[in-house]
Design a protein around this ligand. Sequence first.
Ligand code: CP
Ligand code: NVA
Length: 303
Amino acid sequence: MKNLFGIEDLTGAEIQMLVDHAIELKAIRTLDPDDQPLKGQTWAMIFAKSSTRTRVSFEVGLNELGAKAMFLSSNDIQLGRGEPIKDTARVLGRMVHGIIIRTFDQQDVVDLATYSKLPTINALTDEEHPCQIIADLQTVQERLGSWRGKRVAFFGDGDCNMGRSWAWAAKRCGFELVIAAPEEFQPAAEFMERLGEAPVTITDDADAAARGADVLYTDTWVSMGKEEEAAERLRILAPYQVNHERLAMANDGAIVQHCLPAYRDKEITEALLEERADEIFHQAENRLHAQKAILCALNAAQP
Ligand code: CP
Ligand code: NVA
């Protein structure tokens, strides 16, 4: 695995390997300095969007693996003033050991990898959020034993990065995914065509999606970059809230998951989030362990 652009590019075996390694790394949080696989390296972290979990987990994870993290807000570097991605990439390629980027356009991640020739990680684009999915699947494995035979129900904006990454995960890993979204926010036909045959169903009936689910998953209704559409999104997506009524329809032992940040009484009720905070913040903690597994996998694939 030379880069991580999206879940689309991974095999089921690679996903399982990342999750298993994340669980191992969680058990041995402090590595002996002689065993730190990224010792002496410096990784650039270019962020064009806000972040708490992704930024902190990568900075701490790099540190724990022996590397230095260099956080570069895209507003502070020349990229924000129009310097092309390919020039930024060629400079970084001569100075650092890897790149983590959070941005809008998926092609920017690919171009950064191509021109820098460095291992490059997608830390969220409008297209996918692969690092989040590895932590989510780790949480499913830890809480439910396995994702095999399980049903994940995703509620809300099914046409966002999280909806798409979940769809690829269902295809690659073979579990059932149901996306509950109103027509305007269902995955685009073009995306479904690219996804091809997959155990993914789409419905506008949120109760039907909740029935028989083992994981109730939601994400903000207003993804970064969509702020101007906020009022309309909140109105159209209101019937897709994850709440106690929907949890009561799910299977016994179902877990509630949210990639966070959470907007109370919008996509999830305050009461349910607080009641299930242990499993939601378990998921957030796993971001750290999953990032370390991703970094190790990319590092191991370098010539
Ligand atoms: N879930 C997630 O990626 O959170 P941040 O935006 O805080 O990184
Ligand atoms: N869909 C959300 C995910 C945040 C982690 C966004 O893109 O803002």
